[in-house]
Design a protein around this ligand. Structure first.
Ligand code: GDP
Ligand code: MG
Length: 499
């Protein structure tokens, strides 16, 4: 049995919740980093992954000894955390994060209670039957006021028992308020150390990302729950499951993939099969280097990477290889089975590669269907608008472009255009750099309403030919690397037009 136990994989923990509840800050506190301060506007735009080894967790939970007599012990190799954006435009990214995880931490602001994306997250977790715990963050008493005496990094019970009576009472009142809110949604909740029915009642951990109080409890509870209830699910399997999160340039490595390996093993000399954008299609290439972020750093950060020969699930890892330029973020990735790699049986090898290629390329179809669906939605809307108000509002012509960003960005952009008053119908959506054809397409509006021949290009390049054509014809191209900047620029433009 010991042998099997050593084969447990690290649970993937997704951190979810409403915007500004402190998800990123909690992870920062755990890692001793400050991603939150560096994020554009403090908002998480992509999914980030952070790996903590069990040794790291042992250190981070060392102070639990002052609170319980149980020694820290685990057969889990570590925990892989995924941070998700809470901004309402990113529903799709949150869904992707939650679909990869074994367990979730739902962060709730004790002062604000259940907010819009808290409820949305709850629904996602229920739909997928994902186990979760609640972090009651920003416990106002802990780090803000009412005579709370902070003890940096202390376990919650320890620091709580030292507080004054009225401070404790105030906390209990707020806690009971939140529990009522959960109960109204059909959830039983209880502070984790009072929870007698772990399987039915959701455990809550009061935390402060500012003072670090309650953070040891949070990590300890995650380890315990995974050890106790999820062993079966966490048994390491060789079946390979890997999702491409991002396609980006890494200095010295060219185009690389950030992937989450949720099952199986990746080796340096593996041949990978990656979903690629047409016309290039499926990418079959050899891994040149596997870059593992150094412990407790965040994949998105320009962190130190170390070169490794192989990684086991669960892991967030960056892959360097030739020919990744057209990889589709959000799609699954496969590897050519190692026993076939140098096989003499070419027919069998070809057959297997074809099968796996079809499998990953299917994701492009899914991705496209998703875009098509949004597009249809908007065209229907456009018809309605033309019917009802084309005389009042000009029908706009906006192209959205986004490639090296997860689809969530596209969705965010579309939601933004839809929410504008009047809402802006979209004539075309595309993934990838802006080319001449896109300018020609957007240029259709030039004869009708030239001010609305607009391309919104999010985090993609505009090729020089396209830029020159746009300049000659008067097609406006807005570009930005941060979606909110793109929205601001477009808002400003709209305001100038309507005023
Ligand atoms: P996210 O959108 O959920 O990732 O939230 P952030 O981590 O970006 O935090 C949002 C804001 O809340 C930031 O200004 C943080 O400094 C602040 N914040 C986060 N956690 C705490 C906490 O425990 N206590 C207090 N007082 N502020 C916090
Ligand atoms: Mg965040």
């Amino acid at each position: 049995d010991d042998d099997k136990d050593s084969q447990l994989k690290s649970p993937i923990v997704v951190v979810m919740g409403h915007v500004d509840t402190g998800k990123t800050k909690i992870l920062d506190r755990i890692r001793h980093t400050s991603v939150q301060a560096r994020e554009a506007g403090g908002i998480t735009q992509q999914i980030g992954a952070t790996y903590l080894t069990k040794e790291y967790i042992a250190k981070a939970t060392a102070r639990m000894k002052e609170q319980t007599s149980k020694p820290f012990e685990t057969k889990l190799p570590g925990l892989l955390f995924i941070d998700t954006p809470g901004h309402e435009s990113f529903a799709n990214l949150r869904a992707r994060g939650s679909s990869m995880c074994d367990i979730a931490v739902l962060v709730v602001d004790l002062m604000h209670g259940l907010e819009k994306q808290t409820l949305e997250s709850l629904k996602m977790l229920t739909d997928r039957s994902t186990p979760f715990i609640v972090a009651l963050n920003k416990v106002i008493l802990i780090d803000r006021c009412l005579d709370w005496v902070a003890d940096e990094g202390a376990p919650f019970q320890l620091t709580f028992q030292r507080q004054k009576q009225h401070t404790k009472q105030d906390f209990e009142n707020r806690l009971s308020g939140i529990r009522t809110e959960f109960a109204e949604k059909g959830w039983n909740t209880e502070l984790y150390f009072r929870n007698k029915n772990v399987k039915t009642d959701i455990s809550m951990v009061p935390t402060s990302a500012i003072t670090g109080e309650g953070i040891p409890d949070l990590l300890d509870l995650l380890i315990q729950l995974n050890e106790k209830y999820m062993r079966r699910q966490l048994r390491f399997k060789e079946k390979f499951v890997c999702t491409v999160l991002e396609v980006k340039n890494t200095i010295g490595h060219g185009t690389t993939l950030d992937v989450i390996l949720s099952n199986g093993t990746l080796r340096k000399d593996d041949t990978i099969i990656v979903c690629g954008m047409p016309p290039q299609g499926t990418i079959i290439t050899n891994i040149r280097a596997l870059l593992l972020p150094s412990e407790a750093s965040e994949m998105r950060e320009r962190a130190e990477y170390k070169l490794v020969e192989e990684v086991h699930a669960s892991a967030g890892v960056r892959i360097s290889a030739n020919g990744l330029e057209h990889a589709v973020p959000g799609a699954h990735m496969q590897i050519v089975p190692r026993n076939l790699k140098n096989s003499k049986d070419h027919a069998k090898r070809r057959e297997e590669i074809e099968k796996l290629s079809d499998e990953v390329q299917q994701d492009y179809t899914n991705v496209c269907l998703f875009i098509l669906l949004l597009f249809l939605m908007f065209n229907l809307k456009k018809n309605v608008m033309i019917h009802r108000c084309s005389r009042i509002y000009p029908v706009n012509n906006v192209e959205c472009m986004s490639k090296h960003q997860p689809l969530g960005a596209l969705e965010a952009l579309i939601t933004f255009l839809q929410d504008l008053k009047p809402s802006i119908p979209i004539c075309g959506i595309n993934i990838g750099d802006v080319h001449k054809q896109d300018v020609i397409k957007a240029g259709v509006m030039l004869d009708h309403q030239p001010e609305f021949a607009v391309i919104l290009a999010f985090n993609v390049k505009v090729d020089p030919e396209a830029r020159e054509l746009a300049r000659q014809n008067g097609v406006q191209i807005f570009t930005a690397e941060i979606i909110y900047h793109l929205e601001d620029a477009f808002n400003k433009y709209m305001k100038e037009i309507y005023d």
